[in-house]
Design a protein around this ligand. Structure first.
Ligand SMILES: [Zn+2]
Ligand SMILES: [Zn+2]
Length: 250
């Protein structure tokens, strides 16, 4: 319920849409036309990796995409709030390359919303809480971090970890600097990223169910490699959530 103070603040500083600056219901919340531009991922989708299926496809209660059906999933459970396209690019690119931190709340809220089925899908129905123990933002190399001044994945990870009531870990995994991957295909990206991460505190990882956080997923090579090193360090399960993902025809 809004208090008189809230009404007064709304009157003095009207809430605006973070994308187009038009009037919005609440600060940091998209106006309806901007909301409609996004390709939000709903049902039907792959129960494991969240790959969106065409609306008319009826694959039963727990549909799996061909990749997950053959056990080749990038991580044990994956969700994305929306598809990486022109609309999400407008939010993503300034977020990555300048201090457009005004999008942080919008993105993290959408990501939390996309994790609704985390509990049912990962089999922890007895507990009221999710079975995630630790949130790990996809690390940046020191060189990138120095240049950018912040890790956008870490900014998103904080409100998500708060939602689950678990800590954020930005120290246990390091990333070596490696030249930009450009427009390489999935196979080349996987080869290029192999060995780039190093778990320097395996004691923080061992036995944990970890939720990785990143802003965008393209080929999935980064998340795949992180899962590999985290599992080798003893992680029980590795899940991931991104704001947007590319969706290729399968
Ligand atoms: Zn707008
Ligand atoms: Zn899938």
């Amino acid at each position: 319920m809004k208090t008189i103070l809230h009404f007064l603040l709304d009157f003095l500083f009207p809430p605006s849409c973070p994308v187009c600056k038009a009037h919005s219901s609440e600060n940091g919340v998209l106006c309806a036309p901007c909301w409609d531009k996004f390709n939000w991922i709903g049902d039907p989708k792959c129960a494991s990796c969240g790959y969106p299926f065409p609306a008319n496809l009826d694959l039963g209660l727990r549909p799996l995409c061909p990749t997950c059906a053959t056990g080749k999933n990038v991580v044990d459970f994956l969700r994305a709030a929306c598809v990486y396209d022109d609309a999400s690019k407008d939010v993503m690119l300034p977020f990555k390359h300048a201090a457009a931190l005004k999008y942080k709340n919008l993105m993290s809220r959408a990501m939390i919303n996309s994790l609704r089925e985390l509990k049912t899908e990962t089999g922890d129905l007895k507990s009221e809480k999710s079975n995630v123990n630790l949130v790990v933002p996809v690390p940046l190399s020191y060189r990138r971090l120095w240049k950018r001044g912040y890790n956008q994945a870490a900014l998103l990870a904080r409100p998500i970890a708060k939602h689950f009531g678990v800590p954020v870990d930005v120290d246990s995994v390091l990333r070596k600097h490696r030249a930009d991957m450009g427009h390489k295909n999935a196979k080349e990206r996987r080869a290029n990223i192999r060995g780039v991460f190093n778990v320097r505190r395996p004691e923080n990882i061992k036995g944990k169910t970890i939720l990785l956080v990143d802003d965008v997923m393209t080929t999935g090579a980064t998340l795949y490699e992180l899962r590999r090193v985290l599992k080798r360090a003893g992680a029980k399960k590795v899940y991931a959530v991104v704001f947007c993902r590319t969706v290729r025809a399968i």
